[in-house]
Design a protein around this ligand. Sequence first.
Ligand code: NAP
Length: 350
Amino acid sequence: MKKLEVGILGATGMVGQRFVTLLENHPWFELAWVAASDRSAGKSYGEACNWRLRRPMPGKARGLLVHECVPPNAAPQLLFSSLDSKVAGEVERAFAEAGHVVVSNSGSYRMQPDVPLLIPEVNPDHLTLVRVQRQRRGWKGMIVTNPNCTAVGLVMSLAPIHRAFGLDRVVMTSMQAVSGAGYPGVPTLDILGNVIPYIAHEEEKVEAETRKLLGNLEDGAVRPADFAVSAQCNRVLVEDGHLETVSVALRSPCSVADLIETWRGFRAIPQELDLPSAPARPVVVRDEIDRPQPKFDVETEGGMAAVVGRVRPCPVLQFKYAVLSHNTIRGAAGAALLNAELMKARGYLD
Ligand code: NAP
């Protein structure tokens, strides 16, 4: 099969670098085009990018010319976007208007009613919203989004138990990695020996996105799920991996063993279709008393799983547990790649 050429908007950033590595040996997609700010445009990728990943920069990416984020600029039809949120809204719209399929990480369009906010294991049916989007906006292309990096692990853990037992209330406290703030991110003197109990707009995003992701598609719109979510978000001195502690109250009777069995048995469309980036086990449950930990568990299933542990009764709600997910893989580049794979498998890129 001839590979489909793809590009990256915001290719030089933390998430952009993840895209570059995840695309290196991708069986369906070939990285052919990169773009970033005018600080980088006109240079080679190798020159423009301050590479921050342990795995070396792929040789092919090194020689690519960095373009400006202005269409058409010889860009391929499928573009992944990891642009700074300050510019993502305008740039992504311009490319979608010009006929490109923009698979975005940024927050600009996630909560727009005609834009799919997708986790392929959770709400693949929401992809059909792009028909409404095209009708309403008259774009030749489209925008499809993945959730905020904190919402994704939470929702992957909630989805199977919501389906089986019905969620009533959810309380989540996050401990979020510094790579979630981009590069150079949080100044050392702010985070060293410290925890910062505030991440701008994060709690509102997690609360709203969780209910959209678990909502039902009715008459061309998503009706948000009808349970309450309360999120408290903290920045901690961890490199990669957002750890979250979660308490839930459910609507049908169940036990700790039922929850664990439900998570372990959870498989969905990406696993059935055997999409290249799909984890074999979307939710991995650890039995050890002190896991998951970012240091040991963040790479589980190539960074694409939600790793759950410490499942036990909660005296205030009903059950509590911890969940870990990789913020720049499952929370960003890997999430967008899986969205694009689902779109390709379903004929949206033909
Ligand atoms: P980052 O490291 O700061 O990278 C930002 C990228 O945007 C760089 O490629 C930068 O290019 C480009 N850029 C900045 N200003 C621009 C402009 N005026 N015009 C065109 N390009 C511009 O940020 P990141 O962490 O990769 O995050 C990227 C996006 O993904 C953000 O919207 C973020 O909210 C979202 N996200 C991040 C994570 C995470 O864990 N980090 C998770 C989920 C979603 P230059 O190098 O040329 O400046």
